[in-house]
Write a protein that binds this ligand. Sequence first.
Ligand code: NAD
Length: 475
Amino acid sequence: MTINHWINGSEHESSDGRTFDTVNPWTQSAWTDVAEAGQGEVDDAVGAARAAFDSGPWARMGFGERGALLHALADLIDEHIDELADADTTDMGKPLSAMKVKDVPRAAQNFRFFADHARLTAAEAYPTDSGHHAYSRYEPAGVVAAIAPWNFPLMLESWKIAPALAWGNTVVLKPAEDSPASASILARLATEAGFPDGVLNVVHGFGPDAAGEMLTQHGDIDRITFTGESNTGRAIAGAGASNLVPVSLELGGKGANIVFADADLDEAVNWSNKAVFTNAGQVCLAGTRLIVQRSIYDEFVSRFVESASAMIVGDPRDAATQIGPLSSRTHFEKVSGFFDDLDPAAEVLCGGVADDGSWAVHPTVIVGSPDDSRICRDEVFGPVATIAPFDTEEEAIAMANSTKYGLNAMLFTENVRRAHRAAAALRAGTVWVNCFFVRDLRAPFGGVGWSGVGREGGNFSREFFTEPKAVVMQP
Ligand code: NAD
């Protein structure tokens, strides 16, 4: 059954019948084909979103009514957990158990959170000396183009769509070409939940010279929200600049993880493992650059290697599997390339590329690689950690900050003063102290430098997805 576009409340094939395959990375064979959008489908989707925004009820609904529809969609996501979990696992190889426990529930939570946040957030009023009544209004921006990656397909799509819709915008989503299935299910469920036609549209296809570029360069969109690689972010920023459309960019990362000698070592090993190996390391927030104080270095390395080696790699549908294959042949080859290009000083303590013909990479720990080597500088986006020792806090902070990326950092210490000092000194959008991946959806989310432009989450999403307006009234 072909995965089709969802435009103006119903399923559509491409007008020229063009399709592409989507491959299950565990079986390594195409499991279905996907309609590939051309300019006609992108125009239709943007046109439907524009009409729904300009003339439909959506942008004019009260927050309570729109929020109720978002809650209805969240309930349908919960009811269709098996179908949605299966879609992403089949498309990109993530363990089914993780989909059911984390990704799908979090997608539902995103819709509930932003529905409630939009309804409950107050706007500002400004007391003036002159007695004028001055206040802000947060009005929907219009048609939002959302471009998503394949690493958390449903979850990251909902992270973009939910605030955009909650604030009264309409959306055209282009999911990643490697993970199209869950987006089409989501759009179908939105229509089932009662969303007016044209409010949420999905077009499938590739990025450069294809649907992604056609959408981001379209003259009738009002916002671009993008998550993906930093280089793609540059291209998308250019598309936004040419039409003067605001762009939110959530890009790559090379997260540092500092373990101080006074850390609780059990906790540090446990969280550091999760931070690197969750989702086979295909996580923008992965804490892949471990920086460990010299006095505990040997013990930490030995315990970390033990925990990495114990992880179960295999079929993502097996309940016991912790790490599935990488998401595609292309990505597997990209990650494998790092192993072919290691510095002579680097020592691989465990892991490496699977030798069974699968596209899996076993949890890998590398020591001894110079700070400026490729494996320590570039985003690998696979289950690969490098570890380096440090002596002083200043040195650790300097090492952590020595990259162009700045999405997140972690630190492990039992010293509360050090924790606050280091959190302030780290150049990153998020700092986790003695934990990883814990999110408060009101908090700013985004990155510094090559890791992004802008912030989303809570009021930060409101700023991006609305046109704040000042109203001043004569007393
Ligand atoms: P990617 O940049 O290759 O693709 C992302 C999306 O952009 C896809 O839908 C693709 O089709 C589209 N695209 C590609 N070129 C385009 C263009 N010129 N114009 C318009 N659209 C285009 O990224 P990916 O490989 O899918 O995802 C992995 C990357 O995403 C990693 O770098 C990771 O760190 C990053 N990421 C960041 C965050 C974050 O929140 N900061 C979250 C998840 C992933």
